[in-house]
Design a protein around this ligand. Structure first.
Ligand code: NAI
Length: 406
């Protein structure tokens, strides 16, 4: 065992050395700009929080356009292996072409490392512009299943022999005749993968005093995939957390609608209704467990409610390693201009520090971010919406945060 590797134990807890190696993928588009800000902010906070006794050894690994240029592989094996070896990694956004070309590298990375929980906290920072009347009522954490659903990538192009064969099998099996020029996609949702995701969501709610977990699904239409997600979700609560969970019926029948301390209410909502609910009654929702595609849509919608994609962080967590990344993509129109908002990646870095147990450094950054936002010195995406705000560059915003570390 080397002394600079984070070790993950069987119970999921981490052994973190004082100088851990953290692999990083810089990413495409705005990736390099926001990444350099992330590094200086994290280095400064770790240095300040632990008086120089701890220091991250950043180690770059190739992927995306840079990876392809240097190694002729979009996602080199050495990069995937580095995440396995060093347990905790952080990445910038990677480009995926629409409708053609390579499959999403993000999806490949999540699937090959079995990073099954995509965790996306959404909360409002004071003074950040929001379309909500009461944005401070938004405080949710999405647990999005990260490895299956339509993201499994099983699909056949319209007109291909495979698509025609699938159409004829479907016709034979179901009697349903599909238009012969249909593209076909497959949506697998499994019991094991649903249950491990929901178990993680419920554990998180219990550990962090969130009073409810909502299962998001479209089970009225897709009964054996999304409907099964709901059923397996409730079974997980019953079988693994019987003493600590209650249903909505229990809540009103036995507890007059008020969740007792140390317990979590398990409820479910049909996906389209949940989109309405998070706008009209955000205070009623806390942890949300969702299949892959629903979780993806919901994340961007919720991010918009608290100020946009520029401030939405995320983590991809499995049983053996974790990769921290912003919710947003490569924002090609902003790339190379030093105007992107680095906050989403910085807050993903805060999640990484918390996951490593370096809570003091994490708290320091969070407070500095709040102070910086309060001073109204922000990047373009926020400045255009904030009265009296002063627009600063991406790199300057990082310096503002460092100046506010205390
Ligand atoms: P995007 O997230 O890159 O951009 C959506 C909108 O949000 C744009 O208006 C953009 O300017 C704005 N935006 C995003 N990040 C911002 C930031 N940090 N500061 C200020 N504004 C920001 O999504 P889009 O345009 O759908 O995708 C662009 C590329 O990114 C595609 O190739 C897509 O596949 C990829 N992508 C990668 C992700 C990842 O690596 N995890 C996630 C989402 C998209």
């Amino acid at each position: 065992m080397t002394t600079d590797r984070i070790i993950i134990k069987k119970d999921g807890s981490l052994e973190v050395p004082e100088n851990p190696v953290i692999p990083f993928i810089e990413g495409d588009g705005i990736g390099p700009e926001i990444f350099s800000v992330l590094m200086v902010v994290i280095n400064a906070s770790v240095d300040a929080a632990y008086n120089g006794k701890r220091k991250i050894k950043w180690k770059e690994f190739p992927a995306g356009e840079k990876g392809f240029k240097n190694t002729e592989s979009w996602l080199p094996e050495e990069t995937v292996n580095a995440v396995k070896e060093y347990v905790v990694a952080v990445k910038g956004p990677l480009t995926t072409p629409v409708g053609e070309g390579i499959r999403s590298l993000n999806v490949q990375l999540r699937q090959s490392l079995d990073l099954y929980a995509n965790i996306r906290p959404v909360r409002h920072f004071p003074l950040v512009p929001s379309p909500m009347k009461k944005p401070h009522h938004v405080n949710m954490v999405i647990f999005r299943e990260n490895t299956e659903d339509v993201y499994a990538g099983i699909e056949w192009e319209a007109g291909s022999n495979d698509a025609k064969e699938m159409i004829s099998i479907i016709e034979k099996r179901t009697g349903i005749s599909l238009p012969h020029d249909s593209g076909i996609g497959i949506k697998p949702v499994s019991e094991r993968k649903t249950k491990r995701l929901v178990a993680r969501a419920i554990s998180f709610a219990l550990e962090n005093d969130f009073p409810s977990v909502t299962l998001m699904h479209k089970g009225n239409i897709m009964k054996f995939t999304e409907g099964a997600f709901r059923k397996w979700g409730y079974e997980t609560a019953e079988n693994m957390f019987a003493e600590k969970t209650l249903t909505e019926d229990d809540l009103y029948d036995s507890y007059k609608g008020s969740c007792p301390e140390g317990m979590v209410v398990i409820k479910d909502r049909i996906a389209d209704n949940l989109f309405q609910e998070i706008l009209l009654r955000p205070e009623s929702y806390h942890v949300i467990a969702a299949p892959n595609l629903n979780g993806d849509y919901l994340s961007d919608a919720l991010a918009a409610q608290v100020g946009g994609l520029g401030i939405a962080p995320g983590a991809n967590v499995g049983d053996h390693c974790a990769v921290f990344e912003a919710v947003h993509g490569t924002a090609p129109l902003l790339a190379g201009k030093d105007i992107a908002n680095p906050l989403s990646l910085i807050l993903s870095g805060v999640m990484m520090l918390e996951y490593m147990g370096w809570k003091e450094a994490a708290a320091m950054i969070e407070k500095a971010v709040e102070d910086t936002l309060k001073k109204g010195r922000v990047t373009n995406d926020l400045a255009v919406q904030m009265k009296g705000a002063v627009e600063v560059k991406c790199s300057e915003f990082g310096k503002e945060i460092i100046n506010n570390l205390s």
